[in-house]
Design a protein around this ligand. Structure first.
Ligand code: PXP
Length: 236
């Protein structure tokens, strides 16, 4: 079974709706850990729409599992990551007008720029993962950058309708994971997974960690963080 990284961004989304202090994503992260989460993931976006700098620093100081910082491959974010020193930085594409991360990183097209950021983060002992589509060419490009990990974008699978389309996407995820493993990359996966779609991805070969946010926080609003995380672990 892969491990579970709980993304707490949307606790901050609720807080930012009123611009106050509650609910606190750091408190949510602690509850997620107590319920069995193996890691905490947070995305500090350039527009600071949910997570704030304060959250990232406090998460690093507070949690007892590992922090995976999702970030754009920019110099501003690289400096923040170096200062915070998370266990892992996951490089993601970012567009201000998107509601959430839409596609994977175009590593093939920006191999040199990404390799530079990977090198800077590695110099500071931060593991680097690249969030990419389940596409063999992107997997190969990711290996060229020197990154040790990739995170496969599961959104296409999660949004596929009908068993046939879903299984086609599962096939793409499995082929990409096998190719990555052969190239010596370690493989995480995530985006858009929920309590119905996660089990299938959790059963694939070579996937080490699943990063799941929205579905867990949405359930936590109704049943509490503890049960929401335990339910997801049970599904996995
Ligand atoms: N992985 C990455 C790279 C993401 O950008 C996100 C969303 O922030 C997630 C996983 C979690 O996605 P979701 O909130 O849909 O579970």
């Amino acid at each position: 079974m892969p491990t579970l990284g709980v993304n707490v961004d949307h606790v901050a989304t609720i807080r930012q709706a009123r611009g106050g202090k509650e609910p606190d994503p750091v408190q949510a992260a602690v509850l997620a850990e107590l319920a069995g989460a193996h890691g905490i993931t947070a995305h500090l976006r350039e527009d600071r729409r949910h997570m704030q700098d304060r959250d990232i620093y406090l998460l690093k100081q507070t949690i007892t599992t590992h922090l995976n910082l999702e970030m754009a491959a920019t110099q501003e974010m690289t400096q923040v990551a170096i200062d915070v020193a998370p266990y892992m930085a996951t490089l993601v594409p970012e567009r201000r007008d998107e509601r959430t991360t839409e596609g994977g990183l175009a590593v093939r097209e920006k191999e040199r720029d990404i390799a530079k950021v990977v090198e800077q983060l590695h110099e500071h002992n931060i593991l680097v993962s690249l969030f990419i589509d389940p596409d063999i060419q992107q997997v190969k490009a990711a290996a060229h950058t020197g990154a040790t990990h990739i995170e496969l974008h599961t959104g296409y699978y999660a949004n596929a309708s009908g068993r046939e389309a879903q299984e086609e996407e599962v096939g793409r995820l499995q082929d990409a994971a096998i190719a990555a493993h052969k190239l010596g990359l370690r493989v995480n996966a995530g985006h858009g997974l929920n309590y119905r779609t996660t089990a299938r991805v959790a059963s694939l070969d070579h996937i080490e960690e699943l990063n799941i946010g929205h579905a867990i926080i949405a359930r936590a609003v109704l049943v509490g963080m503890d049960l929401a995380v335990r339910d997801m672990l049970a599904v996995m």
